[in-house]
Ligand binder design. Sequence first.
Ligand SMILES: [Zn+2]
Length: 262
Amino acid sequence: MENENIARISVFLGLLVLFSILEYLIPRRVMPGSKPKRAVTNLSLVVIDSIAVKILLPMTAGLFAVWVAEKDMALLGFQTPVLLAIIILDLIIYWQHRIFHVVPLFWRLHKVHHSDNAIDTSTALRFHPVEIVLSMLVKFAAIILFGIPVLAIVIFEILLNAMALFNHSNIKIPFDNILRLFIVTPDMHRVHHSVIVGETNSNYGFNVPWWDRIFGSYVAQPKHGHQDMKIGLSQYEGGETSLVKLLLMPFKRADSLSLKNR
Ligand SMILES: [Zn+2]
């Protein structure tokens, strides 16, 4: 499990640096709203999230999967094969994301991610710690329900981190139309960060684009085009970059409006 952590952190840092360099060299869109403070705040959040998970949860999802397997506790009665387990996890994450947009209590947490008024690879790090802890609990539930093997958890966590960094990045990607048949591309995920509510409530997938197509939440392109589309939430038009305000955002009374009623 030590090796798993080292692998995950190495892939994460390596891709963060690589995508940041590519964003500088071959940017997809000019980002007038992007300021260094955004990136610092987003980076600070991922550090706080990791600490919160360590403090609040007794073990990592990987260790939990080992424990469930050792005690033979999977409710299904057997372990799901690795590839199928990864697909199940991805489908669960899709629906979790969709539910976080619809249920007002969860939207309070998830809007921290959407309150970024620009989108680049650092946006992938911008989540409220409570949302991250809840996501981990969802994974724990999946592990015990479906007997998800530890290898599937390890691969899925690395894949999810890598794909989130990729599909939030502001990099010009060739052959987007072909690529997005198999994976979620930056152009596809950018639609999800539009201020237009119908676009915010679309393209929930992180890894594969199929769930959006199957469950009717796929929107191919932003109405105003990638360069002119507005990113973020109309509630936070200037974007929110204060770390303290982001941490307190879910608990603010005035901000309790759900995405639907906005
Ligand atoms: Zn979202």
